[in-house]
Unconditional design. Structure first.
Ligand SMILES: Cc1cc2nc3c(=O)[nH]c(=O)nc-3n(C[C@H](O)[C@H](O)[C@H](O)COP(=O)(O)OP(=O)(O)OC[C@H]3O[C@@H](n4cnc5c(N)ncnc54)[C@H](O)[C@@H]3O)c2cc1C
Length: 511
């Protein structure tokens, strides 16, 4: 019998003696483990895959082959949880970029204005981030990472409305599931991603499966790594060509990553999936409305085969609406809410989920100094649902621009936002102030309501009036995006570096 069971039988549920188990050891699980280690004596992460010892992709997170941008809010939280992590990654070659200045960003309304800013982002491949986070956790004496082990189901408990642990099976080839063993725990967290089997596990224990909502714009990814050519002399470090549905469902991002490499991800919505063959991949890149990415890669050396991925639907499981959940069973990360990854929100929301866990555990200790978990599960899921709400509305709202998106369809508010955002995007091609606000909202540094603050709203209204009158504010060539599939050879606009702008009210006067 293991220590957790002994403690329970002795009635010893003191917080400092407890054991937490995290199911799934990707980013959401690892960040949760980091938080749990401040509240539990022992934390075990159970991961199905074998963890690689270097920054390599693995089977359980196929998305790691594709561009993974970390939003600024996520970067802040990661640094809070692992001080110095960012410097470690920079030392391994991850470039630190000025998002407003170093990324040539082609929106549906044209090139976003570029200017030196405080929006500093780190560019890396996903395996590099995971490796560094795992290294940090391996130095934490309270955390044990058990890999190559699959979680099979939850185990019932004699204590009402609790579970006692999980049944796991070490994945040793040649041996079948009869060697499954029980791991008992005081708190269990599911972080097994989009494919989480928790709804089924809960039903087996006579709990209701959660309501599930899916919004699918049928977006496909295809990616490949290239060596950056020695003679490359573009004035950008990353290039992002956003899709513009319903007319143009193709997009791409060329991301400079560690090891002097580019990671190119092509995206196609509405089932216009980017292909995995050499010729088709290049043709897809060439069909983008601006040649910036095609021109860059045509002379670059490919370093990997082309990898594709189609599991990109928005999927939310409404655990917060459950009548009942086991008090000591929580769920977070993609297992609860997974987004169309084009908006780069998943890792940041996973990190905010970890912060929410921290808040709830502290609160629980205050409310129940005896160590009881009563009320924890639903309270946590409700808090997490609030964190997920705005990113969900943002991602699904944008996805309803695609002509054949599966889901309930855009409501009045979404349709209004589509029109409003058209104007905002047009403004971001020439207004530093508006682009700064959009970047803050996009990076989850401020709520989306910030897009309606007076300095944005006023400009939008002015532009609407001007458009109605047939004018073209500041002579901006804003009809450019209507030239579907035509190639725009204009270069991205960039303000001189010396124009050193801080994100403050002075911007609104200048732009
Ligand atoms: C194509 C694509 C591109 C993306 N790009 C971005 C981006 O640019 N920016 C961003 O922030 N996010 C991005 N995301 C989202 C991001 O990858 C996830 O949000 C992030 O990995 C957190 O997910 P997670 O840890 O909840 O689940 P996952 O990353 O899916 O991990 C689940 C883990 O659980 C393990 N597991 C599953 N079942 C079991 C079991 N029964 N037993 C044991 N272990 C199990 C798996 O092996 C895996 O390690 C992208 C996603 C996709 C699909």
């Amino acid at each position: 019998m293991n220590t957790s069971e002994n403690r329970k039988q002795n009635g010893d549920r003191r917080p400092e003696n407890r054991h937490a188990v995290v199911l799934g050891g990707s980013l959401a699980g690892l960040l949760a483990a980091r938080v749990l280690s401040d509240h539990f004596e022992q934390v075990t992460v159970i991961e199905r895959d074998v963890y690689p010892e270097t920054a390599e992709t693995r089977r359980g997170i196929p998305q790691a082959n594709h561009v993974h941008g970390l939003l600024l809010r996520g970067r802040q939280v990661l640094e809070e949880l692992f001080p110095g992590l960012q410097d470690e990654m920079i030392a391994e070659g991850a470039p630190l970029l000025d998002m407003a200045n170093d990324i040539a960003w082609h929106t549906r309304a044209g090139w976003g204005i570029r200017f030196p800013s405080e929006f500093k982002v780190l560019a890396f491949t996903r395996p590099l981030l995971d490796l560094h986070v795992r290294r940090r956790l391996s130095q934490n004496p309270r955390i044990e990472m058990v890999d190559n082990t699959e979680v099979l189901r939850l185990l019932p408990d004699s204590v009402e409305n609790h579970i006692s642990g999980v049944l796991v099976c070490p994945r040793v080839s040649g041996i079948d599931r009869y060697v499954a063993k029980a791991i008992s725990a005081d708190l269990i967290i599911d972080a097994t991603g989009r494919g989480s089997r928790a709804p089924r596990w809960l039903k087996e224990l006579c709990y209701e499966a959660p309501e599930e909502i899916v919004v699918n714009a049928h977006i496909g990814y295809a990616s490949r790594l290239y060596r950056v050519p020695e003679n490359f002399n573009g004035d950008w470090t990353c290039a992002y060509v956003q899709s513009a549905p319903p007319k143009r469902c193709r997009g791409a991002i060329l991301f400079r990553v560690e090891g002097n490499r580019w990671l190119l991800t092509l995206t196609g919505g509405d089932r216009d999936y980017p292909p995995s063959d050499e010729t088709g991949f290049l043709e897809f890149a060439r069909s983008l409305p601006v040649p910036i990415i095609y021109d860059a890669i045509s002379s670059a050396e490919p370093l990997t085969p082309i990898k594709t991925h189609r599991g990109t639907e928005n999927r939310v499981r409404r655990y917060e609406r459950a009548k009942q959940l086991p008090e000591n069973f929580l769920l977070l990360g993609d297992a609860v809410c997974a987004f169309n990854p084009v908006y780069g929100q998943g890792m940041t929301i996973a990190s905010l989920g970890a912060l929410t866990l921290e808040t709830c555990l502290r609160e629980q200790a205050r409310l129940h100094p005896d160590g009881s978990f009563n009320g924890l599960s639903l309270r946590f899921q409700k808090r997490l649902a609030k964190v997920n709400k705005a990113p969900w509305l943002m991602a699904t709202g944008e996805d309803y621009r695609y002509p054949n998106t599966d889901g309930a369809g855009p409501g009045v508010m979404t349709k209004f936002m589509h029109r409003y955002m058209e104007h905002v995007l047009r403004l971001t091609t020439r207004s530093v102030a508006v682009r700064s606000v959009l970047m803050r909202a996009f990076n989850i540094l401020v709520p989306p309501a910030a897009l309606f603050q007076p300095r944005v709203l006023f400009r939008v209204l002015l532009q609407m009036v001007s458009t109605r009158l047939g004018g073209n504010v500041n002579g901006h060539p804003n009809r450019n995006h209507d030239r579907d599939r035509s190639v725009d050879r204009r270069q991205p606009s960039r303000k001189p570096h010396a124009w050193n702008i801080r994100v403050s009210s002075t911007q609104s006067r200048r732009s």
